[in-house]
Every structure is written in C-alpha cells, then in structure tokens.
Design a protein. Sequence first.
Length: 297
Amino acid sequence: MDENQWLADRFEEHRAHLRAVAYRMLGSLTEADDAVQDTWLRLNGAGADGVVNLRGWLTTVTARVCLNMLRSRRLRREEALGVHVPDPVLSADGVLQPEEEALLADSVGLALQVVLDTLAPAERLAFVMHDMFGLPFEEIAPMVSRTPAAARQLASRARRRVRHAEVPAPDPDLGRQREVVDAFFAAARAGDFGALVAVLDPGVVVRIDAALPAASMAVRGADAVARQALTGLSSGLRVARLHPALVNGAAGMVITVRGRPLTVMGFTIVNGKIAEIDAVADPARVRAITAGFFTDE
C-alpha cells in the first residue's frame, strides 16, 4: 500500500468525527463537508510524518478551518439577517444511522445550534471543543491565539450565554413527540385555533428561515404562533403532503407540494407541549437538506 492510500484510509477512519466537529462549529452541513475536505487536502499535502496523534491533529486542523470560515461568514453578513435556522440533520422517522448518531451526539438539537450561531467565532470554538469534545484548554488556546486562561474565559462566556438562552431539554419519548407533532398539523389543517393552542407551550417560539430575510420571522407566544399556523399552514396543507422525519434526532416534518420539498420543520417537545419550532423554508437549502431523503419512496 502506498503512502497516499494509507493516508486516505486513516482519514476515512476519522471522517465521521471530523464532520461532527465541523457541524457543531458551523451549523451547516454543506460548509461542514467543505471544512472536512479542506482538512483532507491539508493532510494530503503535508503528510503525517511526525504526527503522533493523527485524530488530534485532524481535529485541530478542522477546528481552525471552521474558525476561519466563521470569521469570513461574519464579515459577509453585513446586512441583518431576519432569522437564521441552522441546517438540520434529516433522517427517516425511525432509527438513526451511525453517521447521524455521530453528528447528533451530546443532544445537538436545533435549539442549541441556534444559540451557538449567536456566539463569536472564538467563543464558539472554545465552547464546542471543550464542552462537547473534551479538549483541554492547553490545546484550544493555540487555535484561538490566546493563553489557556483566556481560552477558558471564552468557553465560560459562551456557556453563560447558552445557559441564559435556556435551551430546552426535549422529551425523550419519540413516540410521544410524534403524537404532539401530528396533533399540531391536524389542528392546523382543520383550522382549529383552540386545538393548536392546546399543544403549544405558553412561551413557544417559532423561527422561520425563508429564502429572503424579509420573509423570515420569529413568532413568540401560544396565541401568536397559533394564528401564524392558521395563516401560513392551514390553506397550504390542503395541497401539501406531510412526510414524518427525524430532525436532529427529534420528531419533525418535511412538507412537499406536488413532489417538491418546500419546508423542513423541527420541533422541540417539552412536557408534552411544543416549546420551539424551527423551520427552513428556503427552497434551495431544503433541496440540499432533503437530498437522498426520498430515495426509498
């Protein structure tokens, strides 16, 4: 076996882990794949001579690539984005595949990904690499050009913001989650305001990330969310088809019209009520997110 093939084989052993690192850092499946590919190109160009811990080396390179991507992203976002929902991990409504399990380890739900998107790049790296992957601050510090003490402060600041955001812990029973989601769509389809309010937590929040910032929105409160559902869903559901799915490991739905995927909706169910709904309604992103989802139909 030549050296290039040996490197390629070793890299494939760590690909799922590196993609999980990149997804937590970036909240974008496409960008995560780009970051992993960039890491491979760097390994292929530099070789592994002198590398004692290949997994650690690859993790560090991927984290640094992601940090640069986050900084470039912030520079590009000069105009205010109305609402941004990170890419969800979509899978069939059943058992997660091993790669999906790697992506979603540590309960990386959409609600947490939304909060991570509000962190500064260096804060996000310190929090993700330490709190989710257990890297010591002595290894994180060089990635952000800080001392270990300063890296610890970055993670602590990020942790406070995550805690302050009160990311809800979802009900663990997927069957119960599905019952609540199905009840939501049944009420929306029937135009039943009271039934909608009954399945919503009083403090429920809905985030809709559409193709244009002006069409994106965040709606809070059970009454307001129920009215939005009646306005935005009830008429469309008459011609739409609902496809149950797992969205970041929780009960969700893909909505299609005449075979075209239009919306991916993730739900956070807490104590039998819908606490958060995160919807991607950008057609281009939805096509990418659902690629391969309908292959068995």
